[in-house]
Write a protein that binds this ligand. Structure first.
Ligand code: GLC
Ligand code: CA
Length: 537
């Protein structure tokens, strides 16, 4: 028997959501832990195994909670710490793990540390990164071009400039300060004690970037991240760090290695996947998969189609990016920061059902842990009238009731407007309706997730297969000599796939019922088939 890695995150299915826009339990127009806890049945039914919560701590909420003012609390709009713990307990009762966003690169400008620092309290000054004069490169390296002007802003109380990789209301913490690292460790310990299974670590490359002239390489800072890993594992043996680090391929081994991340989002595969879909050609995706393979045994990629941010295409060439824009975000208002797309999955795919099914099947067949973004499983749309990335963060559409069943509050009080017009309006796109219809997207996604979870072969070895048809992605997994072959046709014409040796295998999941594979394997336009050894079933 091949030894199978049974670390929980290796065969998890993650679901990313914001408490604020998921479900309002007390009718004030804002999602909260009570509402979310009531919706755990839905998540359990969907088949996901872990929930990733976007920031929910106290915050002036200028960057959707990524501007934290107190790392030890719950924003009063969402409930209190007791509601959080109850939510985690109820999730665990259903076998669902919880991981939370960990925002350590910066705080809100209103955080008491920053307020003390700017007023000259010597205990806090070094918590942040300061300069007496504006550094000459202040206009370079902004993360939100077009919206953010600079990375150094003058503070009148401190009479110095402070560094902020993101918006000016998010001063960067100085990880080189031992006191700051001690605070960070305390924060990690605090949440672990409340029963969570780990963290999605925000903005890792910026967290570890050099912060002063004497500290010029990210190496030592990565080591500090590594010490957080040891601390975390000591406190809670199976907790994980899932890093948000969109870094070049060469740096990956260091982030897993010295940095100690258990998982990293695969931004390379994500961008190449969209390029592959745009070109109807598997090659870019195959290359990216080959490139990101071969990470050490305990490490794991997290795969995704979309998330709460813009779809960042910054690693593609200008030409490649233009191709993706042309196909999936043709108008300027769908694009953001000169590099990305601020649309949700369903509208990007033109609401096309076959394409959406293909996209989900693909995500769930990739070698890595899939991460779904709330609402995509029912085909929710976006609201381009909202600024920047808020376009993809509208409330979950539960039913055809007012406010999509998200909240009983008057419409004007909602945390975010619900989508009530156009092809993706909540009257047509909602959970309740899709639970009634036998052929709804939601049921398809449910079935796909559940099928994936019982395919042990996905824990085995894998390799891309060479096939003659350029539009087809063919992956072959194997465990205990038992193969699983997954075929996905990214093209808009039907094909017969040659060279996959699938004779004798049977369909376990496909876009429709096919004839058993022969020398060539039939695939519809945007069709897919997962084929398995009948003895393995
Ligand atoms: C990450 C988050 C993004 C946030 C930024 C600053 O990139 O995904 O939403 O704005 O960090 O915290
Ligand atoms: Ca509420």
């Amino acid at each position: 028997m091949d030894s199978v890695d049974d670390r929980w995150y290796k065969d998890a299915v993650l679901y990313e959501l914001s408490v604020r826009t998921f479900a309002d339990g007390n009718g004030d127009g804002i999602g909260d832990f009570r509402g979310l806890t009531q919706r755990l049945d839905y998540l359990e039914g969907l088949g996901v195994t872990a929930i990733w919560l976007l920031p929910f701590q106290p915050s002036p909420w200028r960057d959707d909670g990524y501007d934290v003012t107190d790392h030890y609390g719950v924003h009063p709009d969402f409930g209190d710490i007791g509601d959080f713990v109850r939510f985690v307990e109820h999730a665990r009762d259903r076998g669902l793990r919880v991981i939370i966003d960990l925002v350590l690169n910066h705080t809100s400008r209103e955080h008491r540390w920053f307020q003390a620092a700017r007023r000259g309290d010597p205990r806090f000054h070094d918590y942040y990164v300061w300069a007496d004069t504006k550094p000459p490169d202040a206009e370079r390296g902004v993360v939100f071009p077009g919206v953010q002007k600079t990375t150094w802003t003058y503070d009148r109380a401190a009479r110095r400039y402070y560094f902020h990789r993101f918006y000016d209301f998010q001063p960067d913490l100085n990880i080189a300060s031992p006191a700051v690292r001690d605070e960070m460790e305390k924060i990690i310990g605090f949440w672990l004690n409340l029963g969570i299974s780990g963290f999605r670590v925000d903005a890792v490359p910026f967290l570890v970037e050099p912060t002063s002239a004497t500290n010029t390489s990210p190496g030592p800072n990565l080591d500090w991240l590594g010490t957080f890993r040891s601390y975390l594992s000591w406190r809670s043996g199976d907790a994980v760090l899932l890093g948000e680090a969109n870094v070049p391929r060469e740096q990956i081994p260091d982030y897993f290695g010295r940095g100690g991340l258990h998982m990293m989002f695969d931004f390379e595969v994500n961008q190449r996947l969209w390029l592959a879909l745009a070109r109807q050609e598997a090659a870019p995706l195959v290359e990216a998969l080959r490139d990101t393979s071969g990470i050490p045994g305990a490490d794991q990629w997290a795969m995704f189609l979309r998330n709460n941010d813009e779809l960042d295409l910054g690693r593609l060439s200008d030409d490649e990016r233009r191709t993706v824009f042309r196909r999936f975000a043709p108008s300027k208002r769908m694009q953001l920061y000169d590099r990305g797309i601020r649309r949700r999955l369903a509208p990007m795919l033109g609401g096309d059902r076959a394409l959406q099914e293909l996209a989900f099947a693909l995500l769930l067949a990739l070698p890595g842990t899939p991460v779904l973004f709330y609402g995509d499983e029912i085909g929710m749309g976006d609201d381009l009238a909202l600024p920047e990335r808020l376009a993809v963060r509208t409330p979950m559409q539960w039913s055809e009731a007012p406010n999509a069943g998200f909240s009983a509050a008057p419409r004007s009080q909602l945390a975010q407007p619900v989508i009530s017009r156009g092809a993706f309006a909540y009257r047509d796109v909602n959970v309740a309706a899709e639970q009634r219809e036998d052929d709804a997207l939601l049921l398809f996604v449910q079935r796909a997730i559940r099928t994936r979870r019982r395919l042990r072969e996905l824990k085995g070895t894998w390799e891309p297969l060479r096939v003659r048809e350029p539009s087809v992605l063919a992956l072959r997994y194997e465990l205990d000599a038992s193969p699983l072959v997954t075929l996905h046709n990214l093209g808009s014409t039907a094909v017969h796939v040659h060279g996959v040796r699938a004779q004798g295998l049977v369909d376990v999941f496909a876009n429709r019922a096919y004839q058993p594979p022969r020398r060539a394997v039939e695939l519809d336009a945007y069709g897919f088939r997962w084929l398995r050894d009948p003895a393995a079933a």
